[in-house]
Design a binder for this molecule. Structure first.
Ligand code: ATP
Ligand code: MG
Length: 178
């Protein structure tokens, strides 16, 4: 155990619910410690999540941006080039944010999906993570985290599904899912 501060790479992955919301909880904890947090949401865009409004209370200390347009049609050649363009634009912004040192924590929400759908190279992401200023924390969320990134990460949590309300036919609930 040591007290010295250092930036960590965290991954929230697995099929169970809680990957994005755990990242938001960590962000809240960081902001409460006077840290500045940027959360970029890859792929998301069509739903209006409660957190988009909630973070406004924190001004420039907690900024959340949706970089996609919601549901992405996937599967090799079927992937819409516009969605790939949006993922690359999101990644360009994420890379600059991580390297800038302006943010204490950068959350790359759903980036694991973009990588596992073949829309973004895991090597590129790993390279930037290795180059980042040493105090910067980065959290990556989404199922099917790439092995290269799991290897690079300090803390990896796999959410396991025990049960989910959806299986009983209960639709997404305000305050729980969005
Ligand atoms: P959350 O944003 O609630 O923390 P998540 O980030 O772990 O969820 P995602 O894979 O990003 O999950 O999926 C987002 C949406 O899918 C959420 O509305 C979530 O409730 C729902 N979801 C997550 N896991 C499951 C599951 N095992 N079965 C059905 N729906 C799920
Ligand atoms: Mg999520």
């Amino acid at each position: 155990m040591t007290d010295s501060r250092r930036g960590l790479i965290l991954i929230n992955t697995g099929p169970g619910k809680g990957k994005t919301t755990a990242a938001l909880g960590t962000a809240l904890r960081a902001v409460g410690n006077g840290m500045r947090v940027l959360m970029l949401q890859f792929l998301k865009g069509s739903w209006h999540y409660g957190e988009l409004d909630a973070v406004k209370a924190f001004g420039d200390n907690f900024v959340l941006r949706q970089m996609g347009r919601g549901f992405v049609k996937v599967g090799g050649a079927e992937t819409d080039p516009e969605d790939i363009r949006l993922v690359h634009a999101a990644w360009d912004e994420a890379r600059l944010a991580i390297l800038s040192g302006e943010w204490d924590m950068v959350i790359l929400d759903e980036i694991n999906y973009a990588i596992s759908y073949g829309m973004l190279s895991p090597e590129l992401v790993a390279e930037t993570l290795r180059q980042r200023p040493e105090m910067v924390h980065v959290i990556l969320t989404g199922r099917n985290a790439h092995p290269l990134l799991v290897e690079l990460a300090d803390t990896v949590t796999e959410m396991r599904e025990v049960k989910h309300a959806y299986q009983k036919g209960i639709l997404a609930q305000r305050g729980i899912e969005y």
